[in-house]
Design a protein around this ligand. Structure first.
Ligand code: NAD
Ligand code: ZN
Ligand code: ZN
Length: 385
């Protein structure tokens, strides 16, 4: 079969690889009908999440069940399913606590992003390097899905792939980032990053009761998209002092909830242009730091943007003084998929309006380059195997 394979930093090729086959009794083989490129894939592309072996990429995918193992009795050949990006067994300590992103059976060898210090096992992801279990991903014609009797959702025939594909990751991720903010109604939410995850957080903030949603991004076409599809206010850190602007919009206090939907950003010059910060020697050259400055006293900062470095220098004094609550991590996909699918079915949210490009899988290399370089107003690419 054909698949998008990571070779080395900046080098992704569509190769012919072995077809996946049932290896365990709880496996399924899915024929992929749609798959998307994520900002998280760019961390592998950029070398921030290291991968030494060639691996099939892709953790946002859906398709048709082609084959099932003997223990998978709730799915059959021909079912159309969306697949959570976190591999989870449904039976271990963490899965039982609805912390499927830490499933112990999905990554028993876990050695952590620091290459040794974090020895707790757990956390498997499709197409996300040997650090996260070494599973081949879904930017391919077929993919093996372990524990397929748990967590997959069949989707109504009336909905197109594009309407439900983002239930696999970025909608639940945007949703989690707002849910962690515990909105009661009427809050101001500032969302740093208006890429696909930021756009999903904006949608989620409205649904969860925000009165004001502010999107921050240095790329104007992404802000324009945010205004058009999500009707939010926008700030460009190249044009205004965002911290000052957010304070002015909130009676000098700051936002109730700040979301970091950026994470590791390869292009440091973007950050250097952000006027409100930053002493690179002493401070944290990160959007995270902007969030600590932009949030109000007693407020909440949600960090869904991915960070991979084991240690960092963050403004702990400011966090203490302001009494900031911070939540980090992989999002809650398993917990949220079913009720978020309901929102789509009921027409309460539209997800496919963020897609900028639909391309054949054969163009994956070009698509990664375009998404990375933000060419041709690229916001979200869907690949069709
Ligand atoms: P993306 O790269 O398309 O979007 C990032 C956006 O941040 C870009 O639009 C960029 O212009 C903007 N940005 C850069 N510097 C900025 C700054 N100083 N201030 C404000 N905005 C800035 O990626 P994406 O697909 O939207 O993903 C965003 C992040 O979320 C990535 O780090 C990704 O790995 C992560 N992610 C996490 C989870 C999770 O479960 N926690 C799931 C999916 C994605
Ligand atoms: Zn993703
Ligand atoms: Zn588990």
């Amino acid at each position: 079969m054909k698949a998008a394979v990571f070779h080395k930093i900046g080098d992704i090729q569509v190769d012919t690889v072995d077809d996946p086959r049932i290896e365990q009794s709880r496996d399924a083989i899915i024929r992929v009908t749609s798959t998307a490129i994520c900002g998280s894939d760019l961390h592998i592309y950029d070398g921030f999440i290291p991968q030494l072996k060639n691996e099939v990429l892709g953790h946002e995918f859906m398709g048709i069940v082609e084959d099932v193992g003997s223990e998978v009795t709730n799915l059959k050949k021909g079912d159309r399913v969306v697949v959570p990006f976190t591999v989870a067994c449904g039976k271990c300590y963490f899965c039982q606590k609805n912390l499927q992103m830490h499933c112990e059976n999905s990554n028993p060898e876990h050695y952590g992003p620091d290459g040794g210090l974090l020895t707790e096992k757990g956390g498997g992801l499709f197409g996300y390097t040997d650090l996260y279990g070494g599973y081949n991903g879904g930017q391919a014609e077929y993919v093996r899905v372990p524990y397929a009797d748990y967590g997959l959702h069949t989707v109504p025939e009336s909905l197109k792939d594009e309407q439900v594909l983002f239930l696999t990751d970025i909608f639940p991720t945007g949703w989690s980032s707002i849910e962690w903010g515990e909105l009661k109604g009427g809050e101001t939410v500032a969302i740093f990053g208006s890429g696909p995850v930021g756009l999903m957080a904006q949608k989620s903030a409205w649904i969860q009761g925000a009165a004001r949603v502010i999107a921050i991004d240095p790329v104007n076409y992404r802000l324009e998209k945010a205004r058009r599809v999500n009707n939010v206010e926008t700030l460009n850190p190249d044009e205004v002092d965002v911290i000052e602007a957010i304070r002015q919009m909130t009676n000098g206090r700051g936002a109730d909830l700040c979301v970091d939907a950026v994470g590791m950003e390869a292009d440091r010059s973007l950050l250097e242009k952000a006027k409100a910060v930053i002493n690179f020697e002493k401070g944290t050259p990160k959007v995270l730091e902007l969030c600590f400055q932009a949030v109000r006293r007693g407020g909440i900062v949600s960090v869904v943007g991915v960070y991979g470095t084991p240690f960092d220098n963050i403004s702990i004094g400011r966090m203490f003084d302001k009494g900031i609550t911070v939540r980090f991590g992989q999002s809650f996909v398993h917990k949220n998929m079913s009720h978020l699918l309901d929102l789509v079915v009921q027409g309460k949210v539209v997800l496919d309006d963020i897609i900028s490009h639909t391309l054949p899988l054969a163009d994956a290399s070009k698509a990664y380059d375009m998404f990375k370089k933000k060419q041709d107003d690229c916001t979200k690419v869907v690949l069709k195997p």
